[in-house]
Design a protein around this ligand. Structure first.
Ligand code: GLN
Length: 195
């Protein structure tokens, strides 16, 4: 199946995701309004500033449409700010969110001094070779419901998780040449569309 994958392009690191998707042979569609959601097979919500993206999602109810699709098993992958927007609970914040994952997220969770760093993550679902992960003022999941699968932890903190059709990473897989995370998400798209 030739996949068309949407990348929410309101703010943040959407171009890099588009490039990875193209390298993996997919068509990438920049999503800025409700019409852009038509005909796509999955959606990536990039890193950026979750409060800004949240404000822009409320224009013309774009966020409500995405929320409706996500609640009907449509594949969505949120990275960093995207992880924050997917979570139902955001510690100490009443900012707009898509409210889809049964997760409690803490923003800017790795402290100000080491706000950005790179590390090797063990992600058993993606093989034994560690995954290089770039964290930029990253969140982490402080709590997840039993129906959420933990894909990776760093320093005892959950940084990568999946709940059915929803995937969330605290790090930026679009910034490294290893495309296993995007490939994994494309596998989720296949699961949904190729039945
Ligand atoms: N700290 C940002 C936020 O809270 C997320 C950072 C990122 O997406 N790289 O929205």
């Amino acid at each position: 199946m030739q996949k068309r994958v949407g990348v929410l392009a309101l703010q943040g690191a959407f171009r890099e995701h588009r490039q990875v998707l193209n390298q993996l042979g997919c068509e990438a569609v920049e999503v800025r309004k409700k019409n852009d959601l038509e005909g796509i097979h999955g959606l990536i919500i990039p890193g950026g500033e979750s409060t800004t993206i949240g404000k822009l999602l409320q224009i013309d109810e774009l966020g409500e449409r995405i929320k409706e699709m996500g609640s009907k098993d449509f594949p969505i992958f949120g990275t960093c700010a995207g992880m924050i927007l997917l979570s139902k609970t955001i510690i100490d914040s009443d900012q707009y969110r898509l409210n889809l994952m049964d997760t409690t997220v803490e923003r800017n969770a790795f402290g100000r001094q080491v706000a950005s760093f790179e590390t090797d993550l063990q992600v058993p679902a993606m093989g034994s070779h560690p995954l290089r992960a770039v964290f930029i003022r990253a969140p982490y999941l402080r709590e997840v419901a039993p129906n959420v699968g933990i894909l990776a932890e760093f320093d005892g903190k959950i940084v990568f998780a999946r709940q059915g059709n929803l995937l969330a990473s605290a790090f930026h897989p679009e910034l490294t040449p290893d495309h296993r995370v995007h490939q994994y998400f494309l596998g989720m798209i296949d699961e949904y569309w190729v039945k």
